[in-house]
Design a protein. Structure first.
Length: 163
């Protein structure tokens, strides 16, 4: 069933899942299509984890919990600062950390709690190096652009998230 993904916030998407109007798989597919369509020009998402999200969704389906929680089935991107996501590397926008750290073997408390709401972690968004400067143009992953004007960068530690 076609639906306008961008016209709904996270709680409205979860309500669609809980009511059965939209499946978690449909949400995941719609999110993945948007990320792939916009990443080349915006450079907001630096790590995509859609396969891991599909695996997690399959586990939830087998357990009968894929429609449980306040954010049931809602795809969520997290910024690449502070939050550790099992299976993903946290770089903090830094080239050295990219080389010396590997995928995390655990989720941070925030991510555990986010997953407990039913949300699916689908990747990480671009940030300035260590979140220290007011523009999102790290050498490691490149500049994030504004969706309203591609000549302008996104700012702050949530530049990728904002775009």
């Amino acid at each position: 069933m076609p639906f306008d993904y961008a016209a709904h916030d996270a709680t409205a998407l979860a309500a669609l899942v809980r009511s059965g109007e939209v499946s978690p798989e449909e949400l995941l597919q719609a999110c993945e299509e948007r990320v792939h369509a916009h990443t080349p020009r915006l450079h907001a998402v630096i790590v995509a984890a859609f396969d891991a999200a599909r695996e997690e969704l399959a586990l939830r389906r087998r357990a009968g919990t894929e429609r449980d929680g306040a954010l049931a089935g809602v795809p969520v991107l997290v910024k690449d600062l502070v939050s550790t996501v099992r299976g993903l590397t946290t770089w903090h926008g830094n080239r050295l950390l990219q080389r010396v750290t590997g995928p995390a073997d655990h989720d941070s408390e925030f991510i555990r709690r986010l997953r407990a709401t039913g949300a699916l972690i689908v990747g990480k968004t671009n940030t300035p190096e260590f979140g220290l400067v007011p523009y999102t143009e790290p050498r490691l992953t490149g500049a994030t652009r504004s969706p309203w004007d591609l000549s302008r960068p996104r700012g702050g530690s949530s530049g990728g998230t904002g775009a």
